[in-house]
Every structure is written in C-alpha cells, then in structure tokens.
Design a protein around this ligand. Structure first.
Ligand code: ATR
Length: 284
C-alpha cells in the first residue's frame, strides 16, 4: 500500500471498537479497485464525540462509519441527515462533502439485500424480532417498509419492545405486537425469526436468545451476529433442518452501500466475502 499526500482517509467511530471487521472489508475493497484510500478505526468516548466530528472536518477525513454507542448521538453534530436515517433515528455512514457532513443509514438496505440474496420474501410474512435496541429498529424499519404482514418484537425489557412496536405501528401502519423475550415460547406461527440481541455473541457462545422448540417452529432464522460464525441459535436451526443465515451478509451489504456513498461505486461482494472469511478465521 502506498500512502501519499493524495491518500483519502476513512474510518469507523465507536467505542469499544476492538473486533470490528470494517477495516478488513474497506481496505481490501480499496486495494482491489486500486483506490488511493485508507480505512482505520477511531475509538471515541461519548464525551469526545463532538470534538471527534470537528476533527473530521479540520483534518479533511473524507467519510466515516458510526457504530455503538454513537449512532443516535452523532445526528446532532451533522449538517445534513437523510430521510431514512432520521426515520430510524440512527446514522451509520457519514460523507464529508467539502466540509459539509452528510449522514445516512445503510443498515436497512444492507438487511433487505441480504434477505433478497437468500431468496427470502418479506411481503406478506410474519416475523418475530428478538431485541428492541438500535439494531432491531433498523431491522423493523426494513421489514415494515418492505411490506411484512405482521411482526412481534420480543425483548428482555418489555418497555423497550412496547416503544418500538408503537413506533412501527405509527410510522408504517403495520400490525406489530410486543412481548417479553420469554413469551416467544408461546408464538406458533413464525415465518422469520430474527435475532438482533447480543445473546450468543462471543465469548458467550453457548447462550441462545430462543429455545430449540421456538426455532423448530420457524421457517427461516437470521442472526445478526457473525462472531461466532454459527451461534447456538443457528445451531438449533441447522439441527432442525431450517434455513438460516448469520449476519455476515448484512455486514457486507451495509459496508457496500457505505462504500458506494464514498466512492461512487460498489465493491465486488464475493471477492471481499472470501477475504473476510479468511480474516475471520485468522483473527476472531
Ligand atoms: P444494538 O444497537 O446492537 O441493538 P442495544 O441498543 O444495546 O444494541 O441493544 C441490545 C439488545 O440486546 C437489546 O434488545 C437488549 O435487551 P434489553 O433492551 O432488555 O437490554 C438485548 N440483550 C442484551 N443482553 C441480553 C441478555 N443477556 N438477555 C436478553 N437480551 C439481551
């Protein structure tokens, strides 16, 4: 890699930032397309977020991704925010257009594309979404805006599930119930079971946000987690012969939309996926 005075700088702002795969994705994509760009990570505490944004402008950093816990807070420091990002209340991609910072959310499109690639229709189906945090909101917006028939949001904190479900019903006029995560046991009809919680994530790989009984009733299971590659939830799906996917496809798709916003073009997903898989087995 040749870094010179023309090299464009991109990065990820979050905290903690330890195991992010974004540098692996973007640097490989830049390299494979011969772009003089570099992507790095910035571990930024909440109280330093405003200064960090000022730093982006002052240093002429061309763009950045935003992750936990700054996706919501960043909005107030940006100059322009897209309609989708405002609707979700979260930004995961920022472009620096000559000192004007524009915020977008590519998670929604990333998830919709993943389901399309897997041949999973959203229209007319019944989804159960586990979790009611930031990631869940993007998933719920994706499902609701693509014509899901109905959904149930199940969360440890029922209050949070209730708030998100009310938001979905109000914004999209989609029937959206809510319940405690334990009450998922009672749901019989599950076309799609989607985990957006952190339950089962490394190092707690034995934990599952839903029992095997629940999983066995689902027609399709998607886990946003990709570390481990196959969570306990997905192992239940595999054992019961149910179609499933981890969150790597969404990670790649949302990254590709960010990449497009920054460079004007997409990267080759298959090429980057192969590189990522290799990187994961070596690093995670
Ligand atoms: P993100 O932006 O990744 O969604 P978040 O907003 O902190 O992060 O949300 C994390 C989600 O995982 C929440 O739904 C959380 O449930 P609570 O709202 O009740 O906190 C869920 N979660 C995290 N740890 C959990 C656990 N041990 N059991 C059940 N749910 C858990």
């Amino acid at each position: 890699m040749k870094i010179d005075s023309k090299t464009k700088l991109y990065g990820l702002i979050g905290h903690p930032i330890g195991h992010s795969l974004s540098p692996l994705i973007h640097n490989y994509a830049f390299k494979s397309l011969g772009l003089n760009c570099v992507y790095t990570v910035f571990d930024v505490l909440t109280e330093k977020l405003e200064d960090a944004v000022k730093g982006v402008k002052a240093l002429g950093i061309k763009g950045f991704n935003v992750t936990v816990p700054h996706k919501e807070n960043i909005i107030k420091y940006l100059d322009v925010v897209s309609e989708e990002a405002l609707k979700i209340g979260a930004v995961n991609t920022v472009i620096n257009e000559e000192g004007v910072l524009e915020g977008y959310n590519t998670d929604v499109y990333g998830f919709i594309d993943s389901l399309k690639e897997l041949g999973e229709e959203i229209k007319g189906r019944k989804a159960v979404v586990l979790g009611a945090g930031g990631a869940s909101k993007a998933i719920c917006v994706a499902l609701a805006s693509e014509g899901i028939d109905s959904m149930v949001i199940a969360n440890r904190s029922v209050e949070r599930a209730k708030n998100l479900s009310e938001y979905v019903e109000k914004e999209f006029e989609v029937h959206c119930d809510y319940c405690s995560i334990n009450e998922v046991e009672k749901i019989q009809e599950i076309d799609m079971l989607i985990n957006t919680t952190s339950v089962g994530m490394h190092p707690n790989v034995e934990d599952s946000p839903a029992s095997e009984g629940v999983v066995s009733r689902a027609k399709f299971v998607y886990d946003l987690i990709y570390n481990p590659f196959e969570t306990a939830l997905l192992k239940h799906a595999k054992k019961n012969g149910i179609k499933y996917s981890n969150g790597l496809s969404m990670l790649l798709n949302q990254a590709n939309y960010s990449f497009k916003l920054w460079t004007g073009g997409f990267f080759d997903k298959n090429l980057v996926y192969m590189h990522l898989k290799e990187g994961i087995t070596q690093n995670l």
